[in-house]
Design a binder for this molecule. Structure first.
Ligand code: GLP
Length: 240
């Protein structure tokens, strides 16, 4: 695990975007595993800047997102499909038919999980970007999610609902379930880039890096992946 500690969110975003851009430059047909949340917004902004400068193109790239809320369709501003359109896809030259987000409104969610797992196995991520939940979750793999798991529907932890409520009008509006890549789907990525910033993440960062590898802290599995880069701001690295 390579750990990079930087001063602030801005620097974290620039470093993260550099790493993502390098993958696309080296392999224009790369599969990029993408994440939502507040953490990657700055890195996406920087990728858009690199695209506008003519430094990179996403024309032949494919994307696979980690997760989606159950019950929200892509036109809902709180959905992760909408987030990706809004924060990245609509600003770059990606072929939308090559972008993948699990569907939270599929009539048969179990079938959707199987479809997504199969699709991931067929085009493994050249790089997977991750944020970190304050309870150590990755994607929506909450504490206790099996390390061998594939795409599945999960209940959200109370702390996750509380954390994410800031993005909704009322806490009652936060969906209580999500469809997420499993830990095994994340771990199949050739390279993993995790970014975390802010004091709220410091304990989860400590458990991920210094703690035992345990399903109680889903992100701790990353200690077993051969190519992981973790970029932290000073506050998130505060308990290391
Ligand atoms: C969310 C997402 C994760 C994200 C994490 C942190 O619930 N499912 O993929 O990494 O929580 O979010 P944020 O970046 O907003 O702190």
């Amino acid at each position: 695990m390579q750990i990079i500690v930087v001063e602030n969110y801005e620097e974290m975003s620039l470093r993260g975007a550099e790493i993502l851009a390098a993958v696309v430059k080296e392999k224009p047909t790369a599969t990029l595993g993408l994440a939502t949340g507040t953490t990657p917004i700055g890195a996406y902004r920087e990728l858009i800047r690199k695209y506008e400068n003519g430094e990179i193109s996403f024309r032949d790239a494919r994307t696979v997102n980690l997760d989606e809320y159950v019950g929200l369709d892509g036109s809902d501003p709180h959905s992760y499909r909408y987030f990706m359109q809004d924060q990245l896809f609509s600003h770059i030259d990606i072929d939308l038919s090559l972008t993948n987000v699990p569907s939270g409104v599929a009539a048969d969610l179990a079938a959707e999980c199987m479809r997504y797992t199969k699709m991931l196995a067929e085009c493994p991520q050249d790089i997977q970007l991750l944020g970190l939940g304050s309870d150590g979750h990755i994607g929506f793999n909450e504490p206790g999610a099996p390390f061998g798991g594939h795409t599945h529907v999960t209940d959200l932890a109370a702390s996750t609902i509380r954390d994410n409520a800031r993005l909704f009008d009322r806490i009652e509006d936060v969906p209580t379930r999500a469809i997420t890549m499993g830990i095994a789907d994340v771990m199949q990525a050739k390279k993993i880039l995790l970014m975390a910033n802010g004091k709220n993440k410091a304990e989860a960062v400590r458990a991920m890096i210094k703690g035992d590898v345990t399903e109680a802290c889903p992100a701790s599995i990353l200690q077993r992946h051969p190519d992981v880069i973790v970029i932290l701001d000073r506050e998130a690295a505060g308990l290391l």
